[in-house]
Design a protein around this ligand. Structure first.
Ligand SMILES: [Zn+2]
Length: 384
């Protein structure tokens, strides 16, 4: 791999928040981990804090079928559109394209909602190239496959964000995925494309069971599977020892980050234990590598930790100070949230009162040291 160092570009334009009316509409029916308020709660919190005005918000529009068909198989795109319009899915279509099941349910508006996540990520990429950070929390559907839905993802909007940046002259794009699950759909989409460096930190031994430490894709992927209980000190170690040096050496013209909140302590579907401040610091450090930055959402199934994390992330991106305590109107937004997957006795007081978690500083365990050593060895082998 060619290594070149470039000075970080200046980010001269104001940060933007991309969203759509779909963010406010309940989705995924009932009894689905994503049937919780997510981006709507983030937008409400940002609004009551005075952090989201008209000037910093941009509306996403759905990507066209032609656009979707650049990555997805046209017959899959058409099948999802038709099933949504009809309100039912035929068994052979369900078997072929993996939607209309418990994992990837058919619910009213699913096609336009998924197409709007793609449109939002393309818009975010275009706006980022003006030299700014753009936050699109409804994005981050990193499991979507060309011909099928997977892992609650119908399309793959990060693929379109990266594609739009490349198409418009970003040169090289660094993609960093901090979600608790491996970004299998993104890794496979850019296999063999050395304009993209993909780095994923995800929980080991968890679905989709890809992204092992020695999996370098076609040479342009770095996978860092971490043990349960992954703490802030361990994230800092991986960033300083692997992710930031590899990212800087790659010389990206833009960065795309998927910041799933399922990597936080308290998520019901995973067992990582980061504090939200650790994710905010990671995003800050990654976007300082270059000018244009697209920050996507991703997974996250605890509505309290999600709403506080992404609200604080937008606060940090847009230069706000994180308040020590939330004003009463903001506390009301958090008090209104509900989630069947989180037991009442697991609710933490700070989830209702403040944005920032207590930092989870801890030992850097042997598994993390081993990852650092393996990556160093892998790089040496590559150079040899
Ligand atoms: Zn996830």
């Amino acid at each position: 791999m060619m290594h070149r160092n470039i000075a970080p570009a200046t980010r001269h334009a104001a940060p933007l928040f991309v969203g759509s009316d779909f963010c406010r509409v309940p989705a995924f029916g009932r009894n689905h981990p994503l049937a919780i308020p997510r981006v709507s709660a983030v937008m409400e919190l940002c609004q009551v804090l005075g952090w989201l005005d008209e000037g910093s918000f941009r509306h996403a529009r759905p990507a066209s079928i032609e656009r979707l068909a650049i990555f997805h198989d046209r017959c899959y795109v058409e099948a999802l559109r038709e099933a949504d319009a009809r309100g039912s899915v035929q068994p052979e279509v369900r078997a072929r394209h993996h939607f209309g099941n418990l994992e990837n349910p058919l619910f009213p508006g699913v096609f336009e909602r998924a197409a709007t996540a793609v449109g939002g990520s393309i818009l975010a990429a275009e706006l980022a190239l003006e030299g700014r950070a753009v936050f699109h929390p409804a994005g981050g559907t990193h499991h979507g496959r060309p011909d099928r839905a997977s892992g609650f993802c119908y399309f793959n909007d990060p693929v379109f964000a990266i594609g739009a940046l490349l198409e418009r002259g970003a040169g090289r794009v660094l993609y960093v995925d901090l979600d608790a699950h491996h970004c299998d759909g993104v890794q496979d989409a850019f296999a063999g494309d050395d304009r993209v460096l993909m780095v994923s930190i995800h929980e080991a031994d968890r679905w989709p069971h890809t992204g092992a430490a020695d999996d370098r894709g076609s040479g342009n992927s770095r996978n860092l599977p971490v043990p349960a209980g992954f703490n802030d000190s361990e994230l800092r170690c991986l960033l300083d020892e692997i992710v930031l040096p590899a990212g800087a050496a790659f010389g990206p013209g833009a960065v795309v980050i998927t910041c799933g909140t399922d990597a936080l302590e308290g998520d019901p579907l995973s067992r990582m234990a980061l504090s939200n401040g650790a994710l905010w610091d990671a995003v800050d450090a990654l976007i300082s590598l270059t000018g244009p930055a697209v920050v996507l959402g991703g997974g996250g199934y605890n509505p309290w930790t999600l709403a506080r994390c992404w609200t604080g992330l937008w606060g940090r991106l847009s230069g706000r100070d994180i308040p020590a305590a939330l004003p009463p109107e903001a506390q009301l937004v958090l008090a209104d949230l509900e989630c069947d997957l989180v037991e009442d006795e697991d609710l933490k007081c700070e989830w209702f009162k403040a944005l920032a978690d207590e930092p989870n500083v801890g030992p850097v365990r042997a598994e993390i040291r081993d990852l650092v050593a393996r990556q160093a060895k892998g790089s040496t082998n590559e150079l040899a």
